[in-house]
Design a protein around this ligand. Structure first.
Ligand code: 8IG
Length: 279
């Protein structure tokens, strides 16, 4: 390992994760030719094509070329990030084609590195998307749902030390209202992050419902907490790709998840493009 690679090792407790984020942002600025980006998007399961309607892709960077980023661990995810023109506004979106999940075991710092890099790159807003299971039987596979709040069942936090970050209104009421202007049929729900990578048992899904949850997944809440710590305004959108375990009699499959994403790509793409264009 070179000295800089060693200095950028997020798994070393002596490493400052914000320093790695600044190094990553410097590489992004160099490779895209722009000093700053404005809005970041994290594309989760089913959202892969959703960035395409935002505007023209002006640069694509392999994650492995950027300090602190790893390769995509999930089939159907792209291991690269893109700099996309937001229509003709002159503003730029930083679009992540994949994320690091908590269940990969690379630690919470790796999970939230993209969020911290977005903040270091100048973004003031982040749109965090995911594919998830739905508890409301009215949400057919392929239904996008706004995240109104979360329950973090990972028993972890991205924040280190005695830093008591307020999470009231974590999922921006302003941005949710904007998304509902774009699509008045959008429902909202509370997202419950489980560790994964196994899906829930039906009993765990019933527990999530008793706790006040509407959506179950394996991402987003740790990233949203880190986003708040870094001062980013957060919009969270889930794509219900499957009924959560026990809600429907059918077993869950990753193939079903990918298929629901393909089927919903058009609607989700329009939604993201319209919302990002108005932020
Ligand atoms: I896509 O039903 C997707 N991700 N935990 N449960 C959990 N994560 C998911 C699910 C689901 N569907």
């Amino acid at each position: 390992m070179t000295d800089t690679a060693a200095a950028h090792d997020l798994s070393d407790p002596a490493t400052d994760p914000f320093e790695v984020a600044r190094a990553a942002a410097a590489v992004i600025a160099e490779r895209t030719g722009v000093e700053r980006h404005d809005v970041a998007l994290v594309l989760g399961s089913g959202w892969g094509q959703a960035g395409d309607l935002i505007g023209e892709t002006l640069a694509t960077i392999e994650n492995t070329d950027v300090p602190g980023f790893g390769r995509a661990a999930v089939a159907g995810h792209s291991g690269s990030m893109r700099s996309v023109a937001i229509g003709d506004t002159g503003r730029r979106a930083l679009v992540y084609g994949t994320r690091t999940h908590f269940y990969e075991g690379r630690g919470v710092r790796a999970v939230v590195h993209g969020v911290r890099t977005a903040a270091a790159a100048g973004c003031s807003t982040i749109v965090i998307t995911n594919g998830c299971g739905g508890l409301n039987p009215d949400w057919a596979p392929g239904t996008p749902v706004l995240i109104s709040d979360h329950i973090n069942l990972t028993a972890h936090s991205p924040i280190e030390g005695a830093n008591f970050v307020d999470l009231t209104d974590l999922y921006s009421p302003r941005l949710r209202a904007l998304a509902q202007e774009v699509d008045p049929t959008l429902d909202e729900g509370v997202y419950v992050q489980f560790r994964g990578p196994h899906y829930e048992t039906p009993a765990e899904v019933r527990m999530a419902k008793v706790l006040g949850g509407d959506l179950v997944g394996m991402s987003t809440s740790l990233e949203a907490i880190a986003a708040r710590q870094s001062g980013l305004e957060v919009l969270g959108v889930s794509l219900v790709t499957n009924a959560a375990a026990g809600i429907s009699p059918d077993p869950l499959s990753h193939e079903e998840v990918l298929e629901a994403g393909r089927a919903a790509a058009e609607r989700c793409g329009r939604l993201l493009a319209d919302v990002v264009g108005r932020i």
